[in-house]
Design a protein around this ligand. Sequence first.
Ligand SMILES: [Zn+2]
Length: 854
Amino acid sequence: MKDASPATAPETIYLKDYTPFGYDIESVHLTFHLAPEATRVLSKIRFAPKADATDATFFLHGEELKLISAKIDGQEVSPTLVEGGLKCDVPSAPFTWEAEVEINPAGNTALEGLYMSNGMYCTQCEAEGFRKITYYPDRPDVMSTFTVRIEGDASVMLSNGNPMGKGEGWAEWHDPWPKPAYLFALVAGDLVNHPGQFTTKSGKEVELNIWVRPGDEDKCAFGMEALKKSMKWDEDVYGLEYDLELFNIVAVDDFNMGAMENKGLNIFNSSCVLASPETSTDANFERIEAIIAHEYFHNWTGNRITCRDWFQLCLKEGLTVFRDAQFTADMRSEPVKRIEDVIALRARQFPEDNGPLAHPPRPEQFQEINNFYTATVYEKGAEVIGMLKRLVGDDNYYKALKLYFERHDGQACTIEDWLKVFEDATGRDLSQFKLWYSEAGTPRLKVSEDYADGTYTLTFEQSTPPTPGQPQKAPRVIPVAVGLLSPNGDEVRGTEVLELTEARQSFTFEGLAAKPVPSILREFSAPVILERETTNAERAFLLAHDTDPFNRWEAGNALAKEVRVAMVVDGATPDAAYLDALEKLVRDDDQDPAFRALVLSPPSQADIAQTLAERGHTPDPQKIYDAAETFAQTLAQQLETSLPRLYAATTVDGPYRPDAESAGKRALNGRILSLLTRLDGGEQAARQYATADNMTQQYTALSCLMKAEKADAQSQAFFDQWQHDRLVMDKWFALQIACASPENAAATAAALTRHPLFDMKNPNRFRAVFGALAGNHAGFHHASGDGYVLLADNLIALDKLNPQTTARMCAAFQTWKRYDTARQERIREQLLRIAGTDGLSRDTNEMVSRILDA
Ligand SMILES: [Zn+2]
């Protein structure tokens, strides 16, 4: 037996130490006798020693298990229990291992392994949860077929694969596809299903189900449609077909992640699958569609081809995020999806890549793999694939993917295998490109230009700042998509991709009648920070004329940042030319409403802080907040006469539909309402709240009123209406903190932790409160330091229950070195307090140590 919290210093695991397991597994049979506090798990596993094994040690992972008995070929044995598992002397010929263990699902608040959520049994095994279910070589390169028997009193009992039979108190399942243990799943509870059906392109009928708690049946239709669209899209675009008779999705309220791609039995955080117009916002609908697609796409990129070891996590995650982004772009708007992704990348991945938690998409060491389910592995991992596709071209990309599925189906692979298929399919040498996988940090790309006698020259200099453990960086391959515009706004050169490979490199364009205006890094063709001396007039020109929608938005975004930086640093007033450009755009009905909403959305205050830090200033969160307020107020006044008309013109009438077009219109309408609320004292927002028949409009109105501190009546009404809906209540908790003024944010969060509906054991509720606090930049970083103390208090309390969620939330402190010494000192004090907590989990210990090492 072993406690979750090691008393000794945690062990670091290195990629270079990888050795294959010395045994193959021919089959796995599991029997579960379910009982909340004493579930018995019987395993029967057929092992065969590998002829070429370099290490024949028979070690099985196991944590928090009570071993009842163990047998080899029917004979009782006494294995040696060691840290993290057991060892045993075993025969040198194939043998059958049997073990019986007891586990306590009801007491499992970490939500890893088998646990209970509202009376329902549920599993989460990625990355290393299966070792909390039984003794097993819990590593992704050990694959086998699983046969599972579940005995219990639940009306629905599910596992992976196809159903083999069921009766009163039992059900049996068999998954014919060999899989690693992290893809194992079991669900048992009194659930109801929303059924569906899909015919694959080769004519196979697949039964689909979304399983939910009674009462949630009416929130499954959208998810079911998203699933069918995903299945069809993967056939059409990648030629990939589903491979079982049945595909089940289950919604669970208590879940650490968004969702999990277990073979044939996806388990979802209920927030990522349940949707209805009355309870979900447009953003929820879009996210649900994307996550259902993501988990479904894993069936090939993750399940059929999995990872050799957890260092290769981005092999499945980067590729699957890339695929789900392609899907969303196809279902909705390609430019809008790209802009949204870049906003998210800058908000989540750039701070990580430029701070103490920086790591390559394929890290080379870790203490706790749960800490590497990061924006770098997922989102930067996807960006790297986007660059690869741009470099080799679309045809070669799909040719390489075809080879990948042919060559590696059924295998556990590495980044080397992945790059090799591209090399073999295209003849291209990718050794320099591979640096994207092995080196951390966001490259800086400095651009200068020259024009003489019709020849225009762009010169790029690339450098990547040092990151933990990687002081020196070599030049990378960077695809830079560039177009040129003439001074009158016509495009004189369409997009071409310049391929940077050197530290300094120039590209010339000949035969130009006048000095062009360059549009650089179109579609954000590489995850880099572009540094270029330019004027606000040129940015405004690109905002008006660029043919690349991403770069049009980018020009507006850069302008918005410059204006705010000038307000913070020099006390400047909001730039009049920029206000005029915004006004023109917002009134331009030829422009896509979703695009206009994005241009009208201010850069985040954390983004301004990051920009200030990059330029050598110490960001003052209060000043950044004040500048944002002043700017919004000035813009509202500038638009004063047209706001009521714009509001009316963008209001979406008729029954709610979650499609991209109506959602874009509602997003623009919401931006206009927030400006209008600054002038009318919340009259229009109150009217919208009173008449809204969908959550998007209700939520938007409530947030405008909360920001204006005029929401007392509506906040209470919202609570009264929705207090029995956990997902809507998460919104209510988060919104109050997100909308609080800097001086009230920590107190608002503290008061909400004392609310009867605050439940620390529910990760969604904890994240609603503390994610919102960390996201309220000026509030979290208020000079009092109250936000830091409150978060630290709650992380210390949560760590005893749920290390995984605690460790992830520690990232709120990762940017601490960018602030003034007083704030740094206050944060350091809290980090040290967390680090000094008795029995701190391995997860949290690793995160806090890395942040402190900055
Ligand atoms: Zn995934």
